[in-house]
Design a binder for this molecule. Structure first.
Ligand code: FAD
Ligand code: PYC
Length: 415
C-alpha cells in the first residue's frame, strides 16, 4: 500500500499539499528544457533528476499537465509487439509499470487484466501466430488461442459477431493491463518537482533558437520570456510538426484525430481488455464500472480535438455486434486526441541533426504504455548525448535509410 495513503489516514488534519510548486518566474537558463508536460516529458524530467542528478531542468507546458493525449487515452498497457525492437522496449516498460505506484507513493490503479486481440480472418490468425512466436522468443507471455477458448473466457460475447465476422481465434497476452492515466502525469510531475525540476504550466514555446552556426540549440522562446539552454527535449505528440519546423526539421509524422468514448458505470462484467482490429473496437472496464471504448483513427489528417457523432454511432454498432446485451447502456462522454502517426507505427526517439535537440515523438495511438520506458531512455540519451540501446531502432534517420521498424501489425487501431 502506498505510504502516503496510510500517513494521510492517520493524520488529524486532512488538507493535501499541492502536487507541484507554482513558479512565478522562469529562470534565465536551465541545463535542459523539456517541451511538453505530458507523461513522456514529465517522465523524462523525473528520471533525469532521479537517475542522472540533472535537476536544473524546466518542463514547459502550454496548457495543463497531462491535458494532451496523456489524459485522453484508453490506458491499454501491453508488450505483445511484432518486432524484436518493439518487444524488448515495451517489455521493459511493462516491467517499470509494476513498481511505479510504490516509486511515486501514489496509487495509479495499475490493474493486470489480460488482453485478447481477436482474429476474424485467416490472415489475422497468421499475424497473431507470428506475434505469439516473436513474443515467446523474448520471454513474453502471449499465446494463440482458438475461438472456443475465447468463448469460455468471455461467455457474454457473441463470437459470431451477429454473423458478420465470426471470431476464429485470438492472441492472448496475460500481462495486458490498464492504469489511471492522469495519475501517471501527476506522479511523474510531483516526483520531478520534489527533486528540483521546475514545472511551468500555461507557458507556450513559440520558438527554438540555435547558435550562429545554426546547428546547435541555444535557447527557447516562450510567451513568458526567453530561456538559454544547450539541451532541449521535444515531447509534444500532436504538435510535433509545428515544433520541428521551429528548428527547420521535418519528419514523416502526420496528425490524425483518434477518438474514444466512455459509458455510464455498469456492474463489473468485463475483466480482460478486448481488441478487434477488423471491427475497429477496443474496450476495457474501469474499476468504477465504465466501459472505455475506442475505434480506428479518423482517416484524414486534421490538427483538432473535435469528436463526431459518426464515430459514436459506428463504434456503438460494432460494440453491439460483440456484446448485444449492452444495447440499453448509455454513452456519457466522448472526446478526441491528436495522434502523431509514423509510417511504420513505431516511435521516433533520440538525437536529431541539430546538436542538443532531442526528439520523443511519433507515439500515435500507442504511447501511453511506453511512458515509463520513454522517460528512462530519453533521460539517458539527454544525459549521455547518445541514444539508449533500447531506442536505437527508433531513430529519426531510419526513414532516410528506408530501414523501417514495422509495427503496424501490432497496433490496436489502424487507418
Ligand atoms: P501528450 O500527453 O500529448 O503531451 C504533449 C504535451 O505537449 C501536451 O500537454 C501539449 O499541451 C504540450 N505542447 C504542445 N505544444 C507545445 C508548445 N508549443 N509549448 C509547450 N507545450 C506544448 N496509447 C497506449 O499505449 N494505449 C492506449 O490505450 C492508447 N489509447 C489512446 C486513445 C486515444 C483516444 C488517444 C488520442 C491516444 C491513445 N494512446 C494510447 C496514445 C497515447 O495517448 C499517446 O501516445 C501518449 O499519451 C503521448 O504522450 P506524450 O506525453 O508524448 O504527449
Ligand atoms: O496501443 O494498445 C494500444 C492501444 C489500444 C487503443 C489505442 N492504442
Amino acid at each position: 500500500m502506498p505510504w502516503r495513503l496510510l500517513k494521510f489516514a492517520l493524520k488529524s488534519k486532512h488538507p493535501e499539499p499541492r502536487m507541484f510548486t507554482a513558479h512565478s518566474e522562469l529562470k534565465e537558463s536551465y541545463d535542459a528544457v523539456i517541451i511538453g508536460g505530458g507523461g513522456h516529458g514529465l517522465a523524462a524530467a523525473y528520471y533525469l533528476a532521479r537517475d542522472h542528478g540533472i535537476t536544473n531542468v524546466a518542463v514547459i507546458e502550454k496548457d495543463y499537465l497531462g491535458g494532451g493525449n496523456t489524459a485522453r487515452n484508453t490506458t491499454i498497457i501491453r508488450s505483445n509487439y511484432l518486432t524484436p525492437e518493439g518487444v524488448r522496449f515495451y517489455d521493459e516498460s511493462v516491467r517499470l509499470w509494476q513498481d511505479l505506484s510504490q516509486d511515486f507513493d501514489l496509487n495509479l490503479f495499475y490493474s493486470t487484466r489480460g488482453h485478447y486481440t481477436l482474429a476474424h480472418t485467416d490472415s489475422a490468425v497468421r499475424t497473431m501466430r507470428w506475434r505469439a512466436e516473436v513474443n515467446k522468443h523474448f520471454g513474453i507471455n502471449s499465446e494463440l488461442v482458438d475461438a472456443q477458448a475465447v468463448q469460455r473466457a468471455l461467455p457474454m460475447m457473441d463470437i459470431t459477431c451477429a454473423g458478420h465476422a465470426p471470431i476464429l481465434g485470438a492472441l492472448y497476452h496475460a500481462p495486458g493491463a490498464i492504469a489511471r492515466h492522469d495519475a501517471v502525469a501527476w506522479g511523474y510531475g510531483r516526483g520531478a518537482d520534489r527533486r528540483g525540476v521546475e514545472i511551468h504550466q500555461q507557458t507556450e514555446v513559440l520558438g527554438i533558437e540555435t547558435d550562429a552556426s545554426g546547428s546547435r540549440v541555444a535557447g527557447v522562446l516562450t510567451n513568458r520570456g526567453h530561456i538559454a539552454t544547450r539541451k532541449v527535449l521535444c515531447a509534444v505528440a500532436g504538435s510535433t510538426p509545428r515544433l520541428l519546423s521551429m528548428v527547420g526539421l521535418e519528419s514523416p509524422i502526420s496528425i490524425h484525430p483518434l477518438q474514444a468514448m466512455v459509458s455510464e458505470p455498469v456492474k463489473p462484467w468485463l475483466d480482460p481488455i478486448i481488441v478487434s482490429g477488423s471491427l475497429h473496437v477496443y474496450v476495457s472496464q474501469t474499476a468504477r464500472g465504465e466501459l472505455v471504448m475506442g475505434a480506428s483513427l479518423d482517416p484524414y489528417e486534421l490538427h483538432s480535438t473535435r469528436s463526431t457523432l459518426d464515430f459514436a454511432e459506428s463504434l456503438a454498432a460494432h460494440m453491439l455486434d460483440l456484446f448485444p446485451f449492452l444495447s440499453d447502456v448509455k454513452v456519457v462522454r466522448q472526446w478526441a486526441g491528436m495522434a502523431d502517426m509514423t509510417p511504420d507505427f513505431a516511435p521516433i526517439m533520440g538525437k536529431t541533426p541539430i546538436e542538443g535537440f532531442y526528439l520523443d515523438a511519433g507515439w500515435g495511438t500507442w504511447g501511453f504504455k511506453a511512458t515509463p520506458v520513454s522517460g528512462k531512455t530519453m533521460s539517458y540519451t539527454l544525459a549521455n548525448d547518445r541514444p539508449h540501446p533500447l531506442i536505437e531502432g527508433f531513430s529519426l534517420d531510419r526513414f532516410r535509410r528506408y530501414e523501417l521498424t514495422g509495427e503496424k501489425g501490432a497496433a490496436s487501431v489502424g487507418h
